[in-house]
Write a protein that binds this ligand. Structure first.
Ligand SMILES: NC(=O)c1ccc[n+]([C@@H]2O[C@H](COP(=O)([O-])OP(=O)(O)OC[C@H]3O[C@@H](n4cnc5c(N)ncnc54)[C@H](OP(=O)(O)O)[C@@H]3O)[C@@H](O)[C@H]2O)c1
Length: 277
């Protein structure tokens, strides 16, 4: 009997990551569920996963993960780069540190985790799946940093797909629509930093609305995971995957609606009035 395929997930302790870990395990994968906090790792272990610590932004943590897998003689058939968060707020209000944090987790870490695990992916002739977003194409106000990080993630996914193919490692990304997770609550909680001195303070209701936008009629995380894992059962193609509410519709709107019209609709939706001067 052959060994079960292994699937390693970053940020597996909540939302999409946890739902994917559960669904992949049900489909017979040996799931390596990673999380950055000790209590989260302990919970994942108690739930029956091979749970290992990983802070995707920490070089030593990434190295320790690879060593722990090598010590167990494991290769990686599927790497899901899922860890991420939504930094919400007006583009010009972001500090340098906030820019760096958003891009470190949502973009740089995807390349750095994949690089660290490349020998194990090559050994399995495995697959990398990057969790992208409709926000990569449908850019809204007050989510410019997040949208930019996901647009850049789609861009490096395309490059990674071409560059890793000769090594026998397939790369795909999933255009994720609205999924019911803690994402919006975290994004809203983060908004505490908004300052009354900001020129956009008077639009704070619209900013909060944008932070919660992913939770307008979302797909459940379990249904998202089921649909995505079903697509992963097929041999990888070079096409992006589309899963979750609005995953096909929103990029389509961006493509076909004239930008002046879409910009007007989105400005109204998030409470941005015409110039007052
Ligand atoms: N929900 C949606 O509607 C939606 C739509 C499009 C795309 N996405 C994408 O889906 C992915 C998962 O988000 P979610 O909706 O499931 O939200 P979530 O429940 O907030 O999950 C995010 C996960 O990422 C982890 N994480 C953040 N920074 C990390 C780090 N430095 N190292 C390791 N783990 C880290 C979090 O761990 P902690 O608990 O330790 O913070 C958490 O487990 C993200 O990439 C997000 O951009 C979500």
């Amino acid at each position: 009997m052959s060994a079960p395929r292994t699937a390693l997930i970053t940020g597996a302790n909540s939302g999409i990551g946890l739902a994917l870990a559960t669904e992949l395990q049900q489909q017979g994968y040996q799931v390596i569920a990673t999380a950055r906090r000790d209590d989260a790792v302990a919970k994942l272990a108690a739930a029956g996963f091979l749970a290992l610590p990983l802070d995707v932004n920490d070089t030593k943590s990434r190295q320790a993960l690879r060593q722990a897998l090598q010590a167990r003689g494991l290769s990686v058939d599927l790497l899901v780069n899922n860890a991420g968060f939504g930094a919400m707020g007006p583009v010009l209000d972001f500090t340098e540190q906030q820019w760096q944090a958003q891009f470190a987790t949502n973009l740089f870490a995807v390349a750095l985790v994949t690089k660290e695990l490349l020998p194990l992916l090559e050994a399995a002739q495995g697959r990398v799946l990057n969790i992208g977003s409709v926000s990569a194409s449908l850019v809204t106000p007050f989510a410019g940093a997040y949208c930019a990080s996901k647009a850049a993630l789609h861009a490096i996914s395309e490059a990674m797909q071409m560059e890793l193919a000769p090594l026998g490692v397939a790369v795909q990304w999933v255009v994720t629509g609205a999924v019911d997770t803690g994402f919006a609550a975290r994004a809203s909680a983060e908004l505490q930093w908004l300052s009354e001195q900001s020129p956009w303070w008077r639009f704070r209701d619209g900013i909060t609305r944008r932070a919660n936008a992913s939770q307008d009629f979302p797909t459940s995380a379990a249904a998202y995971a089921k649909a995505l894992v079903k697509q992963l059962q097929r041999p990888p193609t070079r096409s992006p995957l589309y899963v979750g509410r609005g995953a096909r519709l929103l990029p389509w709107l961006k493509r076909w609606l004239p930008w002046p019209l879409l910009s007007w609709i989105l400005s109204r939706k998030f409470g941005l009035s015409a110039p007052t001067r």
